[in-house]
Design a protein around this ligand. Structure first.
Ligand code: NDP
Length: 419
């Protein structure tokens, strides 16, 4: 049916590619293009004998719009799935517009150089106007709305697990369970153990930037920002057990706040063990999370990028990680005049994921929805001109696809709430 260009070949991409290859009826032909072509070739070598999907590979530097344009023009895909880094969102969107193809990603735009004065001025104004200080936000991609609309193209932003599935859970809860949702708590629990003293489950640079930043949540349409890791709760997660979790800023809060303005409070919590937090604090204290270049023996190095080189590659954690993830949303609200509560969640087993596609569950829970979101656009089920996040479409076909493609979800109508 379709031809898709997949940009990036890291942990998430490798799952998305494996899932496209299981779904050859939709993904007839794919091209894997990334900065390091040898990784794309290795994935092709592994998967081609197992699938009817015809796989090609290419080198691309997605920071360079002209390179992406040239590649799209030569391959002529129906859509581009961006599973590189958030740094490349805008260049790839520009290239899609220039070549008239649909765009899909899993994370909103974030600049690589947070000291770029042009970006910084806009960022500082946004911090003041909106009240949260994360480096990433949707304004950069929402600014493409008119361009995508006029071109008759769909840009689907944030189809990973969180953002992604969690936002679809909100749309599903609203459609089937509530007349009015009052509060949403998004809970991201990783009960997995990879056996290393310290490693991140997805790109270390993006991950550490995210969790070392101040936390924030939305209440009555306004952002409330708190110091990093200052709000802690305990929760007994189904199939995982009791875990400490901390309030973080997370990008889906922004989009959900815009698309469901009636929700009075939206929070996001992620579980962390004490050892992870101690390592992170220490790295932060000694300056290893810095994003500004420092001079070292005549070379300019960015501390967090150097740290990334030292840490295990997230794509290599698969064989060693045991345990389960549990990610979902707890809702309170009203249906037919009565108060009700609800918990929709998915449990994913690291070793089951490894057996199926050779990856741990964090890459799996992101890569599967990346394939599903792309399929929604290709099949025309989620295809409207403009820039969208996933909760703006009918959740039902996506929820059905989650069950079919490896991320079955459960509904608990009497959950313990988070205070
Ligand atoms: P990795 O670091 O494992 O992979 C990133 C890939 O992008 C690598 O193959 C890398 O190439 C490639 N890449 C980086 N820069 C460029 C460039 N300029 N041009 C072409 N390719 C490039 O990251 P992950 O797979 O862990 O994460 C991928 C994306 O998924 C990120 O945007 C992340 O934020 C997002 N994510 C979303 C989640 C969600 O639930 N929504 C959860 C987890 C991640 P090379 O091999 O040369 O380094």
């Amino acid at each position: 049916m379709s031809r898709v260009l997949i940009i990036g070949c890291g942990g998430v991409a490798q799952v998305a590619i494996a899932k496209c290859c299981q779904n050859s009826e939709v993904f007839k032909e794919i091209m894997i293009a990334s900065r390091t072509k040898s990784k794309c070739d290795a994935v092709k070598e592994k998967l081609q004998p197992t699938t009817k999907t015809v796989i090609e590979t290419a080198h691309v530097d997605a920071d360079n719009v002209d390179e992406v344009i040239a590649l799209i023009n030569s391959y002529k895909p129906d859509a581009v799935l961006n599973v590189a880094l958030p740094y490349q969102d805008l260049t790839i969107m520009d290239a899609c517009l220039a070549c008239n193809v649909h765009y899909i990603d899993t994370a909103n735009y974030e600049p690589e150089d947070t000291n770029d004065p042009k970006w910084r001025a806009i960022y500082e104004k946004r911090c003041k106007d909106l009240g949260f200080s994360a480096y990433f936000d949707y304004s950069w991609q929402w600014a493409y709305e008119e361009k995508f609309k006029n071109a008759g193209l769909t840009a689907l932003c944030g189809t990973g697990f969180d953002p992604g599935v969690t936002s679809v859970f909100v749309a599903y809860a609203k459609k089937h369970y509530f007349d009015e949702i009052d509060t949403v708590d998004i809970l991201d629990c990783n009960g997995g153990d990879h056996g290393y003293p310290f490693a991140t489950n997805f790109n270390p640079e993006i991950n550490l930037r995210e969790v070392s930043a101040p936390g924030s949540y939305m209440e009555n349409g306004k952002w409330i920002e708190v110091p990093a890791m200052s709000i802690k709760r305990e929760y007994d997660f189904p199939e995982v057990g009791m875990k400490d979790m901390y309030l973080l800023h997370h990008e889906e809060i922004e989009a959900l706040g815009r698309n469901f303005p009636e929700i009075k409070r939206i929070r996001f919590f992620m579980t962390f063990g004490q050892s992870y937090l101690t390592h992170m604090k220490c790295l932060e204290n000694v300056g290893m999370l810095g994003t500004e270049p420092v001079e070292f023996e005549g070379n300019q190095i960015v501390p967090i990028q150097f740290l990334r080189r030292l840490l295990p590659d997230p794509a290599s954690l698969g064989p060693r990680t045991v345990g389960k993830t549990n990610i979902g949303c707890i809702f309170t609200g009203v249906k037919d005049g009565k108060e009700r509560t609800l918990y929709i969640y998915n449990v994913c087993d690291h070793q089951e994921c490894y057996k199926e596609v050779g990856s741990q569950a964090i890459s799996y829970t992101t890569g599967v929805p990346a394939m599903i979101g792309t399929m929604m656009v290709l099949k025309g089920l989620w295809k409207r001109p403009g820039v969208f996040t996933v909760e703006e479409f009918d959740p039902d076909p996506y929820m059905e696809a989650l069950n079919k493609w490896g991320l079955p979800w459960q509904v608990d109508e009497n959950p313990v709430l988070v205070d």
